[in-house]
Design a protein around this ligand. Sequence first.
Ligand SMILES: O=C(O)CCC(=O)C(=O)O
Ligand SMILES: [Fe+2]
Length: 288
Amino acid sequence: MQQEEKTNCDSDTFRKVFKYYKQKRPAPDLTGVINFKDESTFEQNGIRTYSSCSDYGSSLTFDVLGLKPLDDWNIFTVNKHPGLFFISNPFTKSGIEYWIRQSFENYCLPPNPINIKENIDIRNCSDDTILQKLRWATLGYHHNWDTKEYDENFRDKFPCDLSQLSTIIAKYVGFETFTAEAAIVNYYSLDSSIGGHTDHSEKNHDAPLISISFGQTAIFLLGGTEKNVAPTPMFIHSGDVVIMSGPSRLCYHAVPKIIPNAEFAVDGRWSTIMSKMRLNLNVRQVNL
Ligand SMILES: O=C(O)CCC(=O)C(=O)O
Ligand SMILES: [Fe+2]
């Protein structure tokens, strides 16, 4: 009850910041948005580089999964947000193409549910206007948007490649036993946003949320466990991975804005649509 009151009164600082970055005119000032590509801002934002203690055997799967060798990974923490890890694009160029291809040619096909109810085959869809209506697909335990509960009877096999990728990423930040059981693939157009929310439907809150993005740039907001905490804005560029664990696992977060990035280009079948889209693979462990 108390929580509801808080959300409805003026102390919804999260929402104010969300609205600020979402507004079109006047355009928001982006100078305060953390850019993990700009080292000169690290000190003022309490950003530290992180070194992993994980030991991986053969590096074979790294190539297969489109990852750069571990030595080339850049990973950061933010003092204000314990449990948050930010991996600055650990993917190769062909790796990025691979995950984009999987998102359009595999993850959004039956039996996986998608937001578009008409019977269309996205793979062979030459009509950009239909493709631009694609908003989400769910994998593994399918997210129920109404009840927000996972159901044993509404579940398919989790894709092997995305599971392996998530295992490697989780291990890198110290979660040796992470098992990918559910994912939402979010497809954002340049006008899309996702409002402030927490992801708490999973039984297991000790397992991290792993969020992998491709395509156009996003402004991502990470707040606290209450909506009265002012969120930290940060840019998410193509290939970046955000991991929310520990004290950050149940924090409010949002994407108020997508910003076209003229530098982003991808070859192949999906290059045109990806010039106007952002993909986000949001992976969770459900069970304990
Ligand atoms: O697109 C993002 O970066 C976040 C998506 C998200 O928070 C979710 O799917 O729960
Ligand atoms: Fe989320």
